[in-house]
Design a protein around this ligand. Structure first.
Ligand SMILES: *Cc1c(COP(=O)(O)O)cnc(C)c1O
Length: 388
């Protein structure tokens, strides 16, 4: 125990991520590309990648080169993929580190070539199959694939993968899914016709991995499911994924309210009966959405307790419903679903967002994260400083 009590902490269980990776790989039946962008969806990128590898992840993927380079610097020597660059990006470090970079265009291939010294770059091509976000649109495929093959012949790079991304995989009956998969097949045929023979062709994120077996191709790219969050609430069967993150704090104060007392900024909630309320020392400065004002619940003393009034920068108030709960009692914002506390998905549903946003934003810059390992077979208690 520290001398000073922690205000709050985010606890992440490596065993959950390891088990989820194992489960996803076994379910998919193809190699797993574990996605750890945005600091491992808020869980901690380096330990998340380590746990995913221990659980059998064949590849690790990030959005940016900086993230992938940070993984190399932390000692990850396995296959790594990144996919988001900006014009003028320097690819030399990623190429030298053997990281697979992604090209969306001929211009990007040329920028990658500029970073090549002796060994050819490892390059994956992203095709746009109907997300209309990143990737090469079909009209540009002939020129892209032709240049890609030329560069292979010239020893500039090796095209290691061709991939795309779904727009609506969390809605399994959405017609866009079939359409995108058909367009992806067209892209693969066109690439093969141009003489490209990549190691991996991949399309599925977590939701598609679980809901569209036909979209698994040579590998699946799973992010949210790796962290034990349901990628398509209402559609996915329970395959036993375990949420890896728990957010805990303690009641800073408890008080009795009389009817008519209005709580927090703007007085948006008024007690209509005598009750007790507790002060939770976390707020939007810690990534607790202000939108959760009067909407979400937290777990205190074995029950779900509603937030009353506005979430402030550093604190919010919960209704203890007259219960005599002592200051210092543990508060779980989400996690520990077996203990009946809310889940990240409960928070997402309460405020009309997705569990991705809840776990990725929680903590901000001031809540410490502590890694535990309930498997016991591995090192326990990686602290934040050991993460990088
Ligand atoms: C974030 C991301 C993923 C992972 O998606 P999940 O839904 O979290 O599994 C896969 N591919 C791309 C391109 C992404 O940006």
């Amino acid at each position: 125990m520290d001398q000073r009590a922690e205000r709050a902490e985010i606890v992440v269980d490596a065993a959950a991520i390891r088990a989820n990776a194992r489960l996803l790989r076994a379910t998919a039946g193809v190699p797993l590309i574990a996605v750890v962008k945005a600091d491992g969806y808020g869980h901690g990128m380096v330990p998340a990648a380590r746990a995913a590898r221990e659980g059998g992840a064949d590849w690790i993927a990030t959005a940016t080169q900086d993230e992938a380079l940070a993984l190399r610097a932390a000692g990850d020597t396995g296959p790594l993929l990144c996919w988001l660059a900006v014009p003028g990006e320097d690819y030399a470090d990623a190429v030298a580190a053997g990281i697979d970079v992604t090209a969306y265009s001929v211009e990007q291939l040329d920028a990658i070539a500029a970073g090549v010294t002796d060994t050819p770059a490892r390059v994956q091509l992203k095709v746009d199959t109907g997300l209309w976000r990143g990737g090469a649109v079909p009209a540009d495929w002939p020129r892209l694939f032709e240049r890609a093959r030329e560069g292979e012949r010239a020893g500039l790079w090796r095209i290691t993968g061709i991939w795309s991304h779904f727009a609506c995989s969390d809605e399994p009956d959405h017609p866009a899914n079939d359409q995108q998969q058909a367009v992806f097949d067209d892209a693969l045929s066109a690439a093969a016709a141009a003489g490209l023979d990549p190691e991996v062709r991949h399309l599925a994120n977590s939701a598609a991995t679980l809901l569209r077996p036909g979209a698994r191709y040579d590998a699946v790219r799973c992010g949210i499911a790796l962290y034990g969050q349901d990628p398509a609430p209402g559609h996915t069967a329970d395959i036993g994924l375990r949420p890896a993150m728990t957010v805990r704090t303690h009641l800073a104060m408890v008080k009795h309210l009389q009817p008519g007392a209005s709580v927090s900024y703007g007085h948006t909630w008024t007690a209509d009966r005598p009750t007790t309320v507790g002060l939770v020392p976390l707020g939007y400065g810690d990534g607790v959405p202000r939108h959760a004002s009067n909407l979400a619940t937290v777990g205190v003393a074995g029950k779900r307790r509603p937030i009353r009034g506005r979430v402030c920068m550093d604190q919010f108030v919960v209704d203890l419903d007259g219960d005599d709960v002592a200051p210092g009692t543990e508060v779980v914002l989400f996690g520990e679903p077996d203990a009946g506390t809310p889940t990240a998905q409960d928070w997402a549903a309460a405020i009309d967002t997705i569990n991705y946003e809840i776990v990725t934003r929680i903590g901000g810059t001031r809540v410490p994260r502590r890694w535990i390992d309930t498997d016991g077979a591995h090192d326990t208690h990686h602290t934040e400083s050991e993460e990088s």
